[in-house]
Design a protein around this ligand. Sequence first.
Ligand code: RFL
Ligand code: PHB
Length: 390
Amino acid sequence: MRTQVGIVGAGPAGLVLSHLLHLQGVESIVIEARSRQHCEQRVRAGVLEQGTVDLLIEMGIGDRMREEGLVHDGVEIRFNGRGHRIDFKELTGRSITIYAQQEVVKDLIAARLKAGGQIFFEIADVSVHDFDSAAPRIRFYDNGEPQEISCDFIAGCDGFHGVCRPSIPANSLTVYERVFPFAWLGILAAAPPSSEELIYCYHERGFCLHSMRTPEITRLYLQCAPDEDLAQWPDERIWEELQRRLTTSGGERLTEGPILQKSITGMRSFVVEPMQCGRLYLAGDAAHIVPPTGAKGLNLAVADIRILAGALSEFYRIGNSHPLDRYSETCLKRVWLVQRFALWMTAMLHQFPGNDGFEEHRQLADLDYLTSSRAAAQTFAENYVGLPTT
Ligand code: RFL
Ligand code: PHB
């Protein structure tokens, strides 16, 4: 097979890239290790920055998101049993949209297939070759048959555990990493959200987050140990712990309902530099991970792709390779700003094992300042709704 851009991974990064390239007249083939059904059902992110929403609409795949997505103009920060609202709209003129990542993925797959796009699902043993030359190749097995794609460029959109990043010689990359000593236990519950907006909650028993997917489905997370055993968390214990952490001085309680899904997510910050090697370009989780506290992973993946798609189409349109040469540098500037924000939110809101009263007072002072200073609230809001993409 021959195409212009070979894309490894049909997550948000790979699919957005393939569709943006198509809109610019550039051909691509996407290969994906998992089944279409698996990709369309994986429960992950829920918060879309305004810039992500705008891009999906510009790409012509925003209809269902506009109909079903929930536009939020603010969030609540809760500590010491009291809630404080940060009003994004008033502070920045922008909002966020709650629309599940797997819904974005469904919309993208449907749009790619409708436009005649090629996506190979359930392929095996992917390997990438010759990306230090002008003729890179991707090899894999499809239904047990060996296949090869020759292309001009490879986009490594295969997430944190993919094969593209490890295929780059280790001495060409620098890894920056921090693994946190806690995780999130997340649930989806068939219960209407207990508040119209997200609630980020600081509590002495650990961080807690109230989010949602639809007016009927609540998404909740609570801080737990990195090696937490889900078997130790029957539904009643989860609800009891959530009620305790989210308690207010007014005594309002969460609306409970059947738990549809439970999972544990580890937390890390990770950046690889550079995000390119020859004609192989890494994007999204393949290149960086942020702790989920800032709701940034998906949005950052889309921001990389906006830059990569622009650089590739400039190359094919007028033969200018300068934006491609600068891809990593351009992305990383924003990646580090977003890392900074996600780390700051994580450090402010979680209990770190072994921390003493000093840390606790520092966190509470951070929260006090955030919820009492307009300047602090505006800084938070500007980052949360999404920094500009260049
Ligand atoms: P993905 O989504 O991991 O997609 C990579 C795809 O590559 C496939 N793959 C391979 N395909 C072929 N060959 C191989 N060898 C392959 N190896 C892997 C995989 O099957 C997969 O389909 O990466 P991408 O596209 O970079 O997208 C990144 C986002 O998925 C991720 O950053 C977010 O989900 C992070 N995240 C959040 N981001 C937000 O912006 N807002 C949020 O509210 C938010 N909440 C979250 C999150 C992530 C979470 N978890 C579970 C990690 C909440 C959670 C709990
Ligand atoms: C979610 O709804 O899944 C979600 C919301 C906010 C976050 C992380 C995850 O910071």
